[in-house]
Ligand binder design. Structure first.
Ligand code: F3S
Length: 397
């Protein structure tokens, strides 16, 4: 990869050891993927913020950078391993909390915004159409590429951090027009509602491999597309998709002679059944993967009010509704309602918090969460996968 004289100087460590190390990471990635050059980025979203996912090695890595340099562009942070305000109430062990706060400190020292959410685009940190960015967090990548039309590869924690420090990223993959075209057409033969978007995403993510899917026959609002993309990114490696008539780049995405795949009710039912492995009542109902929008918080609050009328809350099941703190703050009234029935959990989520310390089974409406929650030694949960109504219904006797 070609480096400008200025970038060469960074690589030699002339702007400090931290910048030098970040440049080394970017140069290595650029060489591996055949990038011609580095291009400036507008923002970075750094994943790898939970102590549960990065451990002591990750903490050391971040601490080392934080002692040497700062970020050069606006940089937001993925969810942490705990709600910084209510971690005790939700059962996070003290030792874990201490380590988590050290990670927060290190990122903060580097100038990273403590957004602690996988939906930065819901809190005014959205990129613009066509902007080059370097985002980690697979669901946010799928959303920003597909629904917003920004351009990012699937960055890992270290590469997103390196790009944030240098303010640039290697130009390859989804930064280039030719790689943003569809690779397979998905004809959806059923009318979708509720949980179907996440279930469809789970099925398609597995089926398409590295190809960019182009959906026909669906529409979907922002929240439904958020679930669809998160599920495809989790069950496969989809970082970009197009929806005919909906997403911003669909008009230029199609080539002749693309393979067509049909998805109908049978495929959706089979996928849903597989995800819904735990048929009994779970100990925890966890909604908000990706983090809830204000609209979703409102719908949950309304459902709880309706379901809770004249009925008793089943105290054997906890409720977590996960959202960015800023979204929760903007939806105060709905949050107050939800808190009558459970927890509104900010800064973290059911996957990257140490829920296994307290729960053995979780019910969720997220295909992404349902994919990761069963992982042994990570969350180790038995998972009930169901729609929001049915999950909230379980909370009452
Ligand atoms: Fe976000 Fe956690 Fe799901 S980071 S996408 S809520 S696994």
């Amino acid at each position: 990869m070609y480096l400008t004289p200025d970038e060469e100087a960074m690589l030699r460590g002339e702007r400090g050891a931290g910048v030098g190390k970040a440049m080394e990471i970017l140069a290595a990635i650029g060489d591996i993927y055949g990038a011609q050059r580095l291009i400036p980025i507008a923002s970075s979203q750094v994943s790898g913020a939970s102590y549960k996912t990065i451990g002591d090695a990750g903490l050391e890595f971040v601490r080392d950078f934080s002692s040497k340099c700062k970020v050069a562009v606006r940089t937001t942070l993925n969810p942490l391993g705990m709600d910084c305000e209510t971690w005790k109430e939700i059962g996070v062990p003290e030792k874990f909390a201490k380590k988590q706060l050290e990670i927060v400190d290190a990122y903060r020292t580097m100038g990273i915004e403590m957004t602690a959410t996988c939906t930065p685009y819901l809190i005014g940190k959205s990129p613009r159409m066509g902007e080059h960015i370097a985002w980690g967090e697979s669901s946010a990548i799928a959303y920003s590429n597909s629904v917003i039309g920004a351009r990012t590869n699937r960055e890992g924690g270290p590469s997103a951090l390196a790009a944030a420090i240098v303010g640039k990223t290697p130009e390859y993959g989804l930064h280039l027009d030719e790689n943003r075209r569809a690779g397979v057409i998905i004809e959806v033969d059923v009318r979708l509602s509720g949980l179907d978007y996440a279930t469809l995403g789970c099925f398609v993510g597995k089926a398409v491999g590295k190809r960019v899917p182009y959906f026909k026959g669906i529409s979907g609002n922002a929240d439904e597309l958020k679930s669809l993309g998160a599920a495809m990114a989790a069950s496969g490696s989809v970082a970009l998709y197009h929806v005919e008539g909906v997403t911003p780049e669909y008009r230029n995405a199609l080539d002749d002679k693309l393979e067509k795949m049909h998805v109908g009710r049978e495929e959706l039912d089979r996928t849903r059944e597989k995800l819904n492995a735990h048929k009994e009542t779970p100990e925890l109902v966890a909604i908000g993967c990706p983090h809830c929008s204000a609209c979703e918080l409102h719908a949950i609050a309304e459902k709880l009010k309706r379901l809770g009328k004249g009925r008793k809350r089943n105290k054997n099941i906890d409720l977590w509704v996960c959202a960015a703190r800023q979204v929760a703050t903007s939806a105060k009234d709905d949050v107050e309602v939800i808190k009558n029935y459970g927890n509104v959990v900010c800064d973290t989520c059911m996957v990257v918090a140490p829920i296994e310390a307290k729960y053995k089974s979780t019910g969720t409406n997220s295909a992404k969460a349902a994919t990761y929650l069963p992982s042994p030694g990570f969350c180790s949960q038995k998972v009930a996968y169901n729609d929001t109504n049915n999950l909230l219904e379980m909370l009452f006797v």
